[in-house]
Design a protein around this ligand. Sequence first.
Ligand code: SF4
Length: 369
Amino acid sequence: MVHNKDKARFTEALLQWFAANMRALPWRKDYSPYRVWVSEIMLQQTQMERGVTYFTRWMQRFPDVRSVAEAEEDAILKAWEGLGYYSRARNLHKAAKKIMTEFAGVFPADYDAIRSLPGIGDYTAGAIASIAFQQNYVAVDANVERVFSRLFDIDTPIKQKENIAFVHRTAQELLPDGKARHFNQALMELGALVCSKKARCEQCPVQEWCEAYRLGIPHERPVTAPRKAIVSLEVATGLLEHEGHIFIQKRPEMGVWAGFWEFPGGSVEEGETPEQAICREFMEEMEFDVTPREKIAVVRHGYTTYRVNLHCYLLGLKNGNTAPVLHAATESRWVRFDELDAFTFPAGHRKLIDLLRGGLQWQWLREAG
Ligand code: SF4
């Protein structure tokens, strides 16, 4: 346990370890608020290696707040494609516009102003205020929660309100004045590299203060609440081909995958086959009378607590009518296969495109039009 008299020794051990072991991450070069902000948003729900790749590409495409604010939403979503949780990208876009109009293009340093930006909650505001501006705020992410659950042997679910409050309060008490940038990152880095899911206690700089280590139970911490049940979904989608062109449509600005382009389709209803579902969906959504030519694949993908089986078909028009009546989209196009890359698709549809790109049997489609 870290007692008051030990605080300085604890933080010193942690900071020394961080100085010697921190990873060379691109946003650690200059700690500019813009780069810290983008990295924090990007790394939520994203593995570090992937985050670094996307971050580097993003900075080439959008080097500053202004370039984000002035971009079209389609370009923002395209740069985010594959990272998931797209509301993060939309909020980055909105926040950049707000910084341009309300803060004269300068990233605000004041905690409340940072917190007022779209997509920024307590954690991210604390991370930016401390890491970019060296202010005395804590930044408690899942790594820090895990470290504290072990240091203080928290034996109830870590996400419980009182435990979260305890971790925040304790982190704030331990925070050395003026050293928030490194202290917060050190705790997160410790959770990522040493006090990870499988704790490497033999390498730990704060082992002597760890209650779970003393009791021999790091693997029993953190205590987690029971997981939410996984829901299986059967969905059908169709690649409607006509004279070498494929039909795509843009989803509305509200709801799941808002503003994304897609191959139309929808859930397979009870008593329906996927073929029946796809024909019904094309009639309901575009008033297209289609016929399945062949089944391409069943693409499996997951989002939040859903596991989706996406039944994918190649379709043809029963009559020559290529003009849709749109009931579930804001716009539509007939495009060649090689033009699909210019549009942002949901993960399952992107997998389908990759599959078609690889198969010899789809060469005619890739070269058509
Ligand atoms: S001693 Fe082990 S369990 Fe405790 S903080 Fe260090 S790595 Fe985590």
